[in-house]
Design a protein around this ligand. Structure first.
Ligand SMILES: [Zn+2]
Ligand SMILES: [Zn+2]
Length: 162
């Protein structure tokens, strides 16, 4: 017999999976959330923490600290996560769907410029938002001296602003 909480969880999961959000958009982080790393594991207190890289309480001198036990979280692990996030975001932006400005239907044919209702398609993730997100990420990297991330973001920036 399945208890009720598990049943609830299951229906919630089914709901989440059946949303018609384009899959690529699920990997998207808007500028406002790009600086928050979620579910980071702290090796010292063994807890999962959310780390706000834009927090005014951390800079290059203090480093990243666990909000529970104040242990130092290595710069390398932060860089690794940010680089992974960057590559997912670039993929999400590049492979994203287009949507009709009027009826909000997703474009089914890859190269079509107009919807069946004869209105044009727009990107689900606007380019301006994508560039804004890159800018936010770059300023985080600069502030914390994450040179690998800064270099990778700049490289993407050059590719998309040609
Ligand atoms: Zn900790
Ligand atoms: Zn349409």
């Amino acid at each position: 017999m399945i208890s009720e909480p598990i049943e609830n969880l299951r229906s919630q999961l089914i709901q989440m999976l059946s949303t018609n959000l384009p899959t690529s958009a699920l990997e998207w982080h808007p500028p406002s959330s790009v600086c928050v790393l979620e579910n980071l594991f702290c090796g010292n207190c063994s807890r999962c923490v959310d780390l706000d890289l834009c927090s005014p309480f951390s800079d290059e001198k203090t480093g990243f600290r666990c909000p529970h036990c104040n242990a130092l979280i290595s710069k390398e692990s932060i860089e690794e996560l940010l680089l992974e996030r960057l590559s997912k975001m670039v993929t999400a932006f590049t492979l994203q769907d287009k949507r009709c400005v009027q009826c909000k239907q997703l474009a089914t044919r890859f190269l079509s410029r107009y919807c069946e209702c004869s209105n044009r398609f727009e990107l689900v993730i606007p380019k301006s938002e994508f560039l804004e997100t890159l800018r936010t990420m770059k300023s985080i990297a600069k502030k914390h001296g994450l040179s690998n991330v800064e270099f990778a973001v700049q490289w993407q920036f050059n590719c998309f602003t040609l």
